[in-house]
Design a protein around this ligand. Structure first.
Ligand code: 8YV
Length: 329
């Protein structure tokens, strides 16, 4: 019987489906393993159900020659060196589609919370500060309806956010992406293509939804923030590293932009200290896809991928959502 590793805690009933085919080692305590500990736990394993917290690189693959499948719980897979996996015949899979709507909902919610200063006002109530002031006109923020929503990265989640803004809130939606959508997709999203500079200049609320790659590192830095409106908000539900967090902290302090909603951070779970102490940030712990239904669907898809990638189940040899399908040939 083959053995597999689930790097994090998962839903017990879904994990039981894995146990029908494999000996399963999991991590019910959700301990964060160092790279050395991960390699030790992967010895003798044929497959791994990974998350964005683990780096799967050439060194790890060379130290774990039995590994045949890396099934990521997450649509983003920048934690995995896919080329190194492909070169070694290791199948990589991710979990697209099942998280699109939940994550688009979350991006919209975080953008709204940021624009309307919900977290700041929450702290004000919680600390009792409200009882010490008679001010009425506090926590006035930016509007959502009628405002211009800017989206950088127009994949499935970006298009979901665009639809919410255009159809639900009467926003003008502009986007920028490596490649332009076709006319039908633009009409369906209610979004207009603009160049990156126009996007930065015109957005009242800019939402980042692009995948991380070395080329996307610090896509938003000091120069880009300086192009934005002083009343604008920035929301990042994509990946840490897409924003230069130090430059963002400086821009928030200087009033270059009004506020930021951040679900992802450079070097998370550590967060830049100035972002933590800034009043005009809404900070959440990488929870964009975290609804029960969606997390169950992600775990189920990752498990079905793992079972199929290792040659079992109805889809034997044909994982549902491979990232490097060329390995399967
Ligand atoms: C995951 C994500 O929680 O899908 C993604 O890319 O960032 C999240 O849904 C993350 O990958 C950890 O597994």
């Amino acid at each position: 019987r083959a053995s597999v590793l689930a790097t994090r805690a998962t839903f017990p009933d879904i994990a039981d489906r894995l146990r029908q085919h494999f000996d399963v080692t999991d991590n019910p305590e959700d301990t964060i393993w160092s790279p050395v500990e991960l390699i030790a736990r992967l010895q003798g394993k044929s497959g791994v159900m990974s998350t964005g917290s683990e780096r799967i690189d050439a060194a790890l693959l060379d130290a774990c020659p039995g590994l045949k499948a890396v099934c990521n719980v997450g649509v983003g897979y920048n934690n995995i060196d896919v080329a190194a996996c492909t070169a070694r015949g290791v199948v990589v899979t991710n979990t697209p589609d099942v998280l699109t709507d939940t994550t688009a909902d979350y991006g919209f919610a975080l953008m709204m919370a940021t624009a309307r200063r919900i977290a700041e006002s929450d702290r004000f109530v919680r600390t009792g500060a409200w009882t010490k002031t008679g001010i009425h006109d506090h926590f006035v923020g930016g509007d959502i309806q009628g405002a211009t929503l800017g989206i950088l990265g127009m994949g499935r989640i970006g298009r979901g956010i665009a639809r919410r803004g255009a159809l639900g809130f009467g926003m003008r939606v502009v986007y920028h992406n490596r490649s332009r959508l076709d006319a039908a997709q633009e009409a369906e999203s209610g979004a207009q293509y603009v160049d990156k500079q126009t996007l930065l200049r015109e957005a009242d609320h800019l939402v980042l939804v692009l995948p991380y790659s070395p080329a996307a590192h610090h896509t938003i830095g000091a120069a880009e923030l300086a192009m934005m409106k002083p009343t604008a908000t920035l929301t990042n539900i994509a990946r840490g590293g897409i924003v230069d967090d130090a430059a963002l902290a400086a821009a928030l302090r200087a009033g270059t932009i009004a506020a930021a909603g951040l679900d992802v951070f450079e070097g998370e779970p550590k967060v830049h200290p100035e972002l933590r102490t800034a009043p005009n940030t809404v900070l959440t712990a990488h929870i964009g896809s975290a609804s029960v239904r969606t997390r169950r669907a992600m775990a189920a898809l990752a498990i079905d991928n793992l079972i199929a990638a290792l040659g079992f189940g109805p889809q034997a040899g044909k994982p549902l959502t491979p990232v490097n399908p060329e390995v399967l040939k």
